[in-house]
Design a protein around this ligand. Sequence first.
Ligand code: S3P
Length: 450
Amino acid sequence: MSGHGTPIPMTSRKCGPLTGEARVPGDKSISHRSLILGALSVGETRISGLLEGQDVLDTAKAMRAFGAEVTDHGNGEWTVNGVGVGGFAEPEQVIDCGNSGTGVRLIMGCMATSPITATFTGDASLNSRPMGRVTDPLALFGAQAFGRTGGRLPMTIVGAADPVPVTYTVPVPSAQVKSAVLLAGLNAPGQTVVIEKEATRDHTERMLVGFGAELTVEETDAGRVITLTGQPELKPQAIVVPRDPSSAAFPVCAALITEGSDVLVPNIGLNPTRAGLFTTLREMGADLEYENLREEGGEPVADLRAKFSPNLKGVEVPPERAASMIDEYPVLSVVAAFAEGQTVMKGVKELRVKESDRIDAMAKGLRAAGVTVDEGEDWWIVTGRGFGNVPGGVTVESRLDHRIAMSFMVMGMATEKPMRVDDGGPIATSFPIFEPLMASLGAQVSRDNS
Ligand code: S3P
């Protein structure tokens, strides 16, 4: 089992205005997919702006283990010389995906319809997460999975030698499951159909089309019906990875709750399947503008300007918006603590099976910091204390979860007393420049050991 080494306790203190530009790293979802689809193409894919967080580096390593040539040219420039659909070689070693659910689930999908066997593992967080949601549909293609009790990693997948195409309705709103099935369908003959009742992030669909696959999407009463024609020859691409809206969430939310702040977060993708947080913040009364709204690579992009917003109001977040902001609930709950009234978040059961049980992790930390939180299996409510009235002054667990660690660091920028996390190490999985970037805006986030 991998780990990330010695815990790094971190403290965040109340700070003056946050000002300046926050150039957040590349999108994690698109970075994983760029490496994977590059590996499944014939020829050289060039990627710029790749997120060089540990999750994505683990996917790069995995693609090498399956036979692709992956080269880091520095400064976020990478190339992948792919082996083509169905061209994966059998890895000689166990594939360690570290902390990354996206990495392991997508990679399991794309090897499951080749006649090879691979064993996957990860850190304590990943090894506790459910994989049955992916191995169930992969079994329909003819793949076999042998994991621990409850469908947990470490797990061996024996790929199908003669895969058959499948039609599959995804039972939980999950882009990872949808993507695993589509990637498996690439090496099955005929048409693989995936139906999702609730739309989730659609990067896999968009990028498969970009790489030359035949894929259609139809909106029907049963949901989004995605039809992929198997065994295409994927053509290498030049990809510019946009900046990650899920990482942008942290400087944006920090600016809203920190007195006098005015922060510009340039070049953020506002794909509607990802932008739910920003809609919600605006409903709460946040001073958040989309400047220079434009289209890039077929997707809406804007520079976000976030200013201190002392009069935020609690809102009810509609359950149908959950998928478009699923990774942003932890930091939303922090903003909600500084709002007046209740923020009600429903239809969010998936939060319990992320890198940690995010409802439990945030609820415990918020309560310790003086904030009232009520919760049920698939809902939670944060009762705001209003700006300037949140005590803080506690150490909370980050539970191997980058977004929990960053959310509490954002909180400490505006609580009366500092907030401390027991381990900020996981932040490196998705946002390796979090500390210097926040410091450059004026935040006081420090490692306790240094
Ligand atoms: C992701 C999908 C989401 C999200 C994760 C990235 C992806 O997970 O939480 O951070 O890139 O497909 P689920 O598919 O489990 O909802």
